[in-house]
Design a protein around this ligand. Structure first.
Ligand code: GP9
Ligand code: MN
Length: 694
């Protein structure tokens, strides 16, 4: 029993340590502190007490240690996950983790802190103590009555805990406000069990969904639909679409200049800034990402389906290989004769893309296997951006036009390791956070890569005939790091608030249409879910029969209510973030809103919850399998083959003969690959130095 209580005490200490140091649970009162301090007790006693029922001495000790180890592992995994995602690990995340594990190793190591030893040092001490006989096994068996008494005590403590929690936060379990709440009130173990039960129930949801469920969805979509803007509808009809995914780029990088140690300013993304300010670009400066744990893949879900990702885990990994979609490549393929392709220099299984893209209707997926990737030109998430774009054009030039294509850049990805080769040289920021310091240099590299790609598009003639859409997928600097970023943004870390965190969720969204001159910076508030109807209307596609949850950003009917995936939201005047309402003009919290304002807020909140729940209904119930009114034929994934794409494209070229519209064919059956120019950072540096010397 002594050993039992020792382990219980140690685990309680670790848990409290994690609460104080790593998690930010927003404790607001002394009662909440009290609940926080007691919430590990019940489950720790209960789980460890299992070992007390084991009769044989050695087996009992081992069982207890194993349980103790597993609890520590769960706690520690949550600690490191939280550092990146500011969230806790769900069962779905655990189940999906195999799919994303390849390449996560180095990131995980970057997430370690020296004090993490504290979570594991006791194992070394305990094992040493046992082997040096400092702790001896007590061979007297624990009486069954005693074991039962402990388990019962645990259940009673849990009831008391739950009672206090419900008193402080009514409906905690029925409404599950957020995972933070569950951990704050009930602890990690209880949260994990609760989540497991919910996950199981979710799998039942799909099985039980019926065509009738579609009616409610349909009426919401009809009501929420925003009509296209007449002046812009169809201005890009028939053009190629080239999406450029700007990994982890936040809006604050636009026009940002980083000061080096001599006070000299360095523009981080000069080329992308020039696009941002171009008359041919429809740019947005109040456009927000809406992703959650599925990050890049959630952004892809939003942009291509006008549906949200899931509230837990990633839609791509959980449902991407199962559900029916009405995604952009499919719509454009079936209704406008587009060919579609994704380009990405990472392994195709990451985020389960290889399966999901088929269900999105993508004709081709050029993953890492299509590129020359080696240790020098890549990192854990795949091929670096300059060789990525350069090597992509040998495939791009073979696509029949019009095409819908997506280029997923990746170098500007956490951990933003600075380049140590000829790409190195852009100044690092000088904060105490390594991750922030490298962010500007990798963003600058991305900018150059995009510029080189644009140059090629112009040289090859593809440019004139294309709409080029650039977007940031999600934050690059997580909320837990933002205080360290404050100074670089002209703010102070001590006065940093959740309003500032919310504001930083803006990401770039630019639609560049060569030949147009009525672009400009549009201040409409919108989110990634709005992108698909916006784009389709520019391409002259009627979206009124599709199940899309966003609203065209150019429409007069656009509501400018932007939902975050966790139910928070932003409007042009107010921000609701982490249960607090802020005035956008002052950035200050509004603690006593007028009745009128409160009524507005309640209405917005209800609309946001509705939009999110309709999205979840569609996804979890796989409801699009019941929807025929779009007129689209259901995608059959088995007809897609992502191998030997070059051969497939060449066969098509051959069959079409003089009707082939690929850039290769239009160039007189000559490759355009030689038109691609790429240089390293150092080579560019030398060029500018020579210029200024002359
Ligand atoms: C990996 C890349 C990164 O292929 O898209 O995804 P993220 O970690 O940003 O979700
Ligand atoms: Mn990403």
């Amino acid at each position: 029993m002594g050993f039992f209580f020792l382990l219980a005490l140690l685990f309680w200490l670790k848990n409290i340590f994690a609460y104080m140091v790593d998690f930010h649970l927003g404790i607001e009162s002394s009662i909440q502190y009290f609940i926080l301090f007691i919430n590990p007790i019940a489950t720790t006693l209960l789980l460890l007490s299992i070992a007390l029922y084991v009769r044989r001495t050695k087996a009992a000790y081992i069982t207890m240690l194993v349980i103790y180890f597993l609890m520590t592992l769960l706690l520690f995994s949550n600690v490191s996950y939280y550092r990146e995602f500011t969230d806790f690990i769900t069962i779905n995340t655990m189940l999906g983790v195999g799919k994303v594990a390849s390449g996560l190793g180095e990131s995980a190591i970057r997430l370690f802190r020296p004090y993490d030893v504290l979570y594991f040092i006791d194992f070394i001490v305990l094992i040493a103590a046992f082997s040096m006989k400092k702790i001896k096994m007590d061979t007297r068996p624990v009486r069954a009555r005693m074991a039962f008494a402990i388990s019962t005590l645990a259940v009673m403590v849990f009831s008391a805990n739950l009672f206090l929690a419900e008193a402080d936060r009514p409906e905690l379990l029925t409404r599950t406000f957020s995972r933070d709440y569950l951990v704050k009130y009930l602890g990690i173990n209880a949260f994990t069990v609760y989540d497991g039960v919910q996950t199981y129930q979710a799998s039942q949801v799909r099985a039980e969904a019926s065509p009738n469920d579609m009616n409610e969805v349909e009426s919401y979509v009809k009501e929420h639909y925003a009509e296209p803007n007449d002046d812009l509808f169809g201005i890009a009809k028939g053009k190629n679409v080239i999406y450029i995914h700007l990994e982890s780029v936040q809006q604050f990088l636009i026009d940002y200049k980083l000061k080096d140690e001599d006070g000299v300013e360095h523009e981080v993304m000069p080329f992308i800034n020039s696009l941002y300010h171009s008359d041919s670009t429809f740019s947005f400066d109040n456009f927000f990402h809406q992703v959650k744990a599925g990050k890049t893949s959630d952004a892809e879900t939003l942009f291509e389906n006008s549906l949200f990702g899931l509230n837990q885990g990633a839609l791509f990994t959980q449902l991407g290989g199962k559900n029916t979609f009405e995604a952009a490549p499919d719509i454009l393929g079936q209704t406008q004769g587009y060919t579609s392709a994704v380009f990405h220099g990472n392994t195709g299984t990451f985020w389960n893309r290889n399966e999901t893209y088929k269900r999105f209707g993508y004709d081709y997926f050029f993953d890492a296997s299509y590129y020359d990737v080696n240790d020098e030109n890549s990192f854990q998430y795949g091929l670096h951006d300059k060789p990525f774009f350069e090597q992509s054009v040998q495939y791009l030039e073979r696509l029949q036009q019009p095409f819908y294509s997506k280029f997923i850049a990746v170098s500007n990805h956490y951990p933003y390791s600075e380049f140590t080769n000829e790409e190195g040289g852009f100044p690092l920021a000088n904060t105490s956070d390594q991750t922030i310091n490298g962010y500007f240099a990798t963003a600058n590299y991305l900018d150059k890569a995009v510029e080189e790609f644009f140059n090629y598009l112009k040289e090859s003639g593809l440019y004139e005939n294309s709409v080029i859409v650039l977007y940031g997928d999600h934050y690059g600097i997580s909320n837990s790091r933002n205080r360290n970023l404050a100074e670089l943004l002209g703010k102070t870390s001590s006065t940093w608030t959740n309003f500032d965190n919310a504001s930083l969720q803006r990401v770039p969204y630019m639609i560049h249409i060569p030949g147009q001159s009525n672009g400009g910076i549009n201040h409409t508030y919108g989110g990634q879910v709005d992108a698909l109807p916006t784009l389709l209307h520019l391409l002259g596609v009627d979206t009124s029969n599709y199940i899309q949850l966003g609203q065209d950003l150019f429409s007069d009917q656009n509501e400018q209510l932007v939902a975050f995936r966790d139910g928070d939201f932003v409007t042009p005047d107010y921000t609701y973030y982490s249960s607090t309402l802020y005035d956008n003009r002052t950035g200050m919290p509004i603690n006593d809103p007028s009745d009128e304002l409160q009524a507005k807020v309640d209405e917005w909140k209800a609309k946001v919850d509705k939009q999110l729940s309709v999205s979840d209904q569609i996804n979890n119930g796989d409801l699009l399998r019941f929807y025929a009114k779009s007129g689209l034929e259901e995608v059959d994934p088995s007809t897609y083959n992502y191998k030997d794409a070059l051969q497939q494209m060449m066969d098509i070229e051959k069959n079409l003969g003089s009707d082939s519209t690929s850039a290769f064919s239009q160039n007189g059956n000559q490759s355009t690959v030689d038109l691609y120019q790429t240089k390293t950072f150092q080579e560019y540096q030398q060029m500018t130095e020579q210029d200024s010397g002359e």
